[in-house]
Design a protein around this ligand. Structure first.
Ligand code: TRP
Length: 457
């Protein structure tokens, strides 16, 4: 059983060493664990809450995508995408908004901080606060719940958001009476160091104390490292490594043996200037090959776009059926393809979904014709057959569908629907899937169901 691990990266700034050590590197490592099903995405809708500068939004999401790929994330293994390519996310956000308590959102740290600041300044409590900032936690809940993620690696400042996502998921499950959502858990990496910045405080854009990861190349990396604040001990004097930002950054890149040797040299009186050169060389040894890949990727934005769109297709294949189940659950149903059975939850299996095989349900129309539907294991309606005058003809088609297997199925798009053909005749159609990606995902599910039926024969 794989654990679905999901995290988002807000695309406002340019990645720095602290982002790399604290988030990117551990996430890429985790994605290589075969028990992990990693979903990593650019939270570019969230970025709009923080920035209304289109050029900056555009540049940042490209840079961040290139950074993760250059850092070694394998997009064929992890699901790597942009939030704004997943149309189901804003749709789910609305469904969640309608069960979220406003009082809960009033208590969100980021919103409260804005209100407190206004109050202190004697301004109106909500001065300058957008509804986007206010709704931030619901959008984040949609990011997580659209994929039923189990674990969400985040910084401490985000724990409250995960708790809200759990709260919202619970409310939705409760109101609509089924376990649609698994409850996500925040995952805080305890061993991962928060990197100090140039001034010794946590490396952060807001303190303006960052060391850029790739921007400006080796030269800029070296120049910035040379600006790290140290104490005033002279060369020859023993240096204290305990609260040295320089040494802490070194440790984040070096092996324990390398760190021990460096600590030894500092105690032995190595000058800070030379120490900075040693640090630069150690960081550069790791960063240089990644920077080369980064520059190559940034020179080919079309390739990055293709990778991200492929990631979006993979992601939507999961989010789309869930959101369609949810639409149905809240009553946003097609008047045509009305489900005959209640859709079963996708996640938590109930006794009723014990039959682990797709199934047919035959029925007679008022006009006397014979038809059937095909349902997936989770209750999703996959196909509705054409009308047959004679029950034997319907039975024969049903039998052929049951034994053909997914690969043999001839499926084509007809408007919003998929049509399944036998001997050049449309024998069944799917419910409407309003765009191409959704139809592609539905074809995959249909073929899977046909495979499962053939296997069960
Ligand atoms: N709010 C997160 C941050 O600033 C980014 C984010 C957006 C996120 N959506 C998410 C993180 C979903 C985890 C899961 O760090």
């Amino acid at each position: 059983m794989q654990t679905r691990v999901l995290t988002g990266i807000t695309t406002t700034g340019t990645p720095h060493l602290g982002n790399y050590v604290g988030a990117i590197r551990p996430a890429i490592e985790a994605s290589r664990d075969p028990t992990v099903d990693a979903f990593y995405f650019m939270a570019d809708y969230h970025a709009l809450i923080k920035s209304d500068d289109p050029a900056r939004i555009e540049a940042s999401r490209l840079q961040i995508a290139a950074t993760w790929l250059a850092g070694g994330l394998d997009p064929n293994h992890a699901t790597f995408y942009r939030q704004s390519d997943i149309l189901e996310v804003p749709e789910l956000m609305w469904l969640l908004t309608c069960v979220s308590s406003k009082g809960m959102l009033n208590r969100a740290h980021a919103y409260k901080a804005a209100v407190d600041k206004n109050t202190e300044a004697g301004e109106d409590a909500d001065a300058g606060v957008t509804a986007g900032l206010y709704m931030y936690p619901v959008l984040m809940a949609a990011d997580i719940l659209a994929f039923n993620a189990n674990k969400v690696p985040v910084g401490r400042d985000q724990i409250q958001h995960i708790e809200m996502a759990r709260d919202i998921a619970q409310r939705f499950n409760h109101i609509y009476g089924r376990e649609f959502f698994v409850l996500p858990e925040a995952h805080i990496e305890e061993q991962v160091a928060t990197l100090p910045g140039l001034d010794g405080r946590k490396m952060s854009k807001s303190y303006d104390n960052t060391v850029p990861l790739f921007e400006g190349g080796a030269r800029r990396l070296r120049e910035t490292i040379m600006r790290i604040v140290t104490d005033s001990r002279l060369p020859g004097e023993p240096k204290d490594t305990d609260d040295s930002a320089l040494f802490t950054i070194f440790k984040a890149f070096a092996t324990p043996a390398e760190s021990a040797a460096f600590a030894e040299a500092l105690k032995g009186g190595l000058g800070w200037g030379e120490a900075k050169q040693v640090l630069f060389e150690r960081v550069e040894a790791d960063v240089a090959p990644m920077r080369e890949r980064y520059d190559a990727l940034m020179a080919r934005p079309d390739d990055i776009e293709d990778i991200l769109l492929a990631g979006a297709v993979k992601a939507r294949a999961i989010a789309a059926p869930l959101v369609s189940t949810l639409r149905d659950a809240v009553g946003l149903r097609s008047a045509k393809h009305r489900p005959v059975v209640q859709a079963q939850p996708r996640v938590a299996a109930t006794a009723a979904s014990k039959a682990r095989s797709p199934r047919f349900a035959s029925f007679r129309e008022v006009d006397g014709s014979f038809r059937f539907r095909l349902f997936a294991v989770d209750g999703e309606e996959l196909l509705l057959s054409a009308n047959f005058a004679d029950p034997k003809a319907a039975g024969a088609v049903r039998q052929r569908l049951g034994s053909m297997g997914g690969a043999a199925a001839v499926v084509e798009s007809q408007g919003d629907h998929l049509a399944l053909l036998l001997d050049g005749q449309v024998v069944a159609t799917s419910p409407a899937h309003p765009d191409e990606v959704l139809r592609a995902a539905a074809v995959v599910r249909l073929r899977e169901a046909l495979d499962a039926l053939a296997a069960a024969e």
